[in-house]
Design a protein around this ligand. Structure first.
Ligand code: PMV
Length: 326
């Protein structure tokens, strides 16, 4: 059977950085994110006896051996659940260019999980899909439910799942992704997270983040943007402090990243409500309410040497579509 799924990337407001169980990808802390409507992956999967091995292509991009191995491993999980031994053809397409610096692992594994499980004849509930996606790539579980999502850390695989806190139309937030460099990161998040444990701040960060979670949930419930934004920035800096104090140190920022951070502080002083967050790379996500997008964009456009700007709104989670890629 052939099935096609679309899944969004997501930006974490409370981030996941470090696992308490490597194999099961159980995170040290729960995390909270928003799906991004302009950054998504479309994936078609077909199981058929005409295939003598699994193949995986990303349209317009080169697939590394490592990526192929990770996809095959995920297909094996699904074959096992469906009790089938058929091989597959998998074709993916990212809406965002590789040069955008966005990692496609969250949207990629979310789309693969939905398309492959449906193509294998499995009808999982959303919660089960998030658990399966998590085994492929941690943050992928947050790309399955709608809009604003929490991933519960859990102590067992079945307890570590994601669910929608609010639908996408709950709050008109914008994520203005400012691309500073589109180069692939030298240390990916799987490796980076292993290194994090050497940071003297690793445990402290987990303790502090656990305090931030109820606070950000309150800010979300009240749609209190200044309190929400302060927590988002704090959480981002906690994660980067751990990265910078890992051994060897992981320093993802470039001079442009710091220039944007300083600009955000200045713009706020000048009355523009905007906050930043940064993932495992140098690119900056500017978070604002849609009513302020014009003001933020006016300032962003004054900056030079930016590679790209992608304006995202909250998006729905992974879903099937009828138009296949092959
Ligand atoms: O799921 P991974 O291994 O791609 O890790 C994601 C890590 C961050 O993007 C930096 C934080 C997060 O929670 O999304």
């Amino acid at each position: 059977m052939k099935k096609t799924a679309v899944a969004p990337a997501n930006i974490a407001f409370i981030k996941y950085w470090g696992k308490k169980d490597e194999k099961l990808r159980l995170p040290e802390n729960s995390s909270i994110s928003m799906n991004l409507d302009r950054c998504f992956t479309t994936t078609t999967v077909e199981f058929d006896k005409k295939y003598s091995q699994d193949s995986f292509d990303i349209i317009g991009e080169k697939v590394t051996d490592q990526e192929l191995t990770r996809v095959k491993k995920h297909l094996n999980r699904i074959r096992k659940k469906a009790n089938i031994s058929l091989y597959t053809r998998v074709v993916s397409k990212n809406s965002f260019p590789k040069s955008s610096g966005m990692a496609a692992s969250a949207s990629g594994f979310a789309a693969l999980t939905l398309a492959a499980s449906k193509a294998a004849g499995l009808n999982f509930l959303e919660k089960e899909l998030t658990i399966l996606a998590r085994l492929g790539s941690g943050s992928a579980c947050r790309s399955i439910p709608d809009g604003f999502v929490e991933w519960k850390e859990g102590n067992t695989s079945t307890e570590s799942y994601a669910y929608s806190l609010y639908p996408r139309n709950y709050w008109n937030l914008q994520d203005i992704l400012v691309v500073v460099s589109g180069k692939a990161k030298s240390v990916g998040s799987t490796q980076g997270q292993k290194r994090a444990k050497q940071s003297i701040f690793y445990k402290e960060r987990v303790i502090e983040v656990q305090k931030l979670i109820p606070l950000i949930k309150q800010a979300l419930a009240a749609r209190n943007f200044p309190i929400f934004g302060e927590i988002v920035e704090k959480d981002c800096l906690y994660m980067h402090s751990v990265m910078m104090t890992s051994d060897p140190a992981l320093f993802y920022w470039l001079p442009k990243t710091i220039e944007i951070i300083r600009n955000v502080y200045r713009w706020r002083e000048e009355g523009i409500p905007v906050y930043f967050t940064i993932d495992a790379g140098p690119n900056v996500h500017l978070i604002c309410e849609s009513k302020d997008e014009g003001k933020v964009m006016k300032e962003v456009k004054k900056m030079t040497d930016l590679q790209d700007i992608i304006i995202n709104k909250p998006a729905k989670g992974a879903h099937l579509i009828s138009k296949h890629l092959f």
